[in-house]
Design a protein around this ligand. Structure first.
Ligand code: GLA
Length: 394
């Protein structure tokens, strides 16, 4: 679907007229720093030019109408402002509805009237490129603009999106995805310290290389329960360490301090989870330093080490994703390659020299097909700006 067609859809479904406004909110890819956000560590994601387009208009009554052109056969979901409750049958619309709810819960902001929102996304669903965070932050930007809630910063909108996802949708995610989507900047990645949300933009100038995303097209079940298990295992490891160390999170530990006290973590599984969290945080800090000083090869090696740690110590990879990464590592011109996002399927992110892109897609694609019977998808992506009001016809 072309973005301009969304307006036609909007008018077809909701009727023409009034002040219809246009918005865009990106997806994200994390370059390094995985499963560190909820451990008080660093992450290094960037916003994509792929994302969610939204058209919205205020209504006169208390209804909210949500329509997705990605599910064109489904009638709009129509909750009422007086009943902001999660309902299974709302499906995807629980994400934007969770934002309306979170604005009230967190900020005491109550909408005086409802609104119509039609969206269309070009982020592959369930790929781990944050289509839900994109939708949440989009909704926040829409509401801030339509209702004049100018006091809300983009960081507020990220936190509200996360709050809605945690407490309305029941997924205990960290802040990385919503932050990247809300605060993204063209051609830069965000070096974010999740302990205090301090951040800095690091320009990504890859003269002769690209960021290539490979989609395994698999999503193993139990993703959410496994994610929550990892969080609990890290929390248990931290509690054990706190019996001898005065730290608030695993992100406060350097490798030497961790190694000196790791035997305090009673459960060997929790010990491996904590090891990943500590080393991955240190790797992320080093990777950003390497990037800043032009050592792109070093950055790539740290990406590879991140994958190994996520595969072996954190155990959030899977056979299909490991095949994509192993095959990528064989290709000359691949600077680094690793699983990205929550895991258990989804995508890998690779830094690939321009002249290796075609051989990569060809060889990784066919090896993957041979070994899994699945046709992977590949996207050479651009880094874009964060969520905002736009003019789609431009
Ligand atoms: C998911 C979560 C993020 C983060 C990543 C892993 O994307 O939403 O908060 O924890 O997994 O790095």
């Amino acid at each position: 679907m072309k973005q301009a067609e969304l307006r036609q859809k909007f008018e077809e479904v909701f009727g023409a007229g009034g002040d219809i406004r246009e918005y865009f909110s990106p997806g994200r890819v994390n370059l390094i720093g995985e499963h560190t956000d909820y451990n008080g560590g660093h992450v290094f994601p960037c916003a994509l030019t792929l994302g969610t387009y939204g058209l919205a208009r205020k209504r006169e009554d208390a209804k909210i109408r949500f329509y997705s052109a990605n599910m064109a056969d489904r009638a709009p979901v129509v909750p009422d402002l007086s009943d902001l409750t999660y309902r299974e049958e709302y499906g995807w619309a629980n994400y934007p509805l969770g934002v309306v709810w979170a604005l009230r819960e967190q900020k005491g902001l109550i909408l005086d009237r409802g609104f119509d929102l039609a969206v269309y996304g070009d982020i592959p669903n369930g790929s781990g490129l944050s289509s839900s965070a994109s939708l949440e932050v989009l909704t926040g930007v829409v509401i801030r603009d339509l209702y004049g809630f100018e006091g809300l910063t983009n960081i507020d909108l990220a936190l509200i999106g996360q709050y809605g996802e945690n407490h309305f949708n029941g997924c205990n995610c960290g802040i990385m995805d919503q932050f990247a989507v809300a605060m993204g900047r063209k051609d830069a990645a965000i070096f974010l310290d999740c302990a205090d949300l301090s951040y800095e933009y690091a320009p990504i100038r890859l003269a002769d290389a690209k960021i290539l995303i490979s989609n395994s097209k698999v999503k193993h079940s139990l993703v959410e329960s496994a994610y929550n298990d990892r969080r609990n295992e890290c929390a248990e490891a931290l509690r054990d360490l706190q019996s001898v160390l005065s730290v608030r999170s695993l992100g406060e530990l350097d490798a030497a301090t961790f190694e000196a006290h790791a035997d305090r973590i009673k459960d060997p599984v929790c010990r491996r989870r904590a090891k990943h969290a500590v080393y991955e945080n240190q790797r992320t800090i080093r990777a950003v330093e390497a990037l800043k000083s032009g050592q792109i090869e070093m950055f790539g090696q740290l990406m590879n080490a991140s994958h190994i740690s996520l595969r072996d110590d954190y155990e959030v990879s899977c056979r299909e994703v490991d095949i994509l990464v192993d095959e990528a590592w064989k290709i000359p011109g691949v600077i680094g390659s690793r699983i990205t996002g929550g895991g258990f399927g989804g995508c890998t992110v690779s830094l690939v020299k321009n002249d290796a892109i075609d051989p990569f897609i060809d060889r990784v694609g066919s090896a993957y097909r041979e070994k899994t019977g699945i046709e992977a998808e590949f996207y050479a992506v651009e880094i874009g700006d964060g969520a905002r009001r736009v003019t789609l016809s431009e």
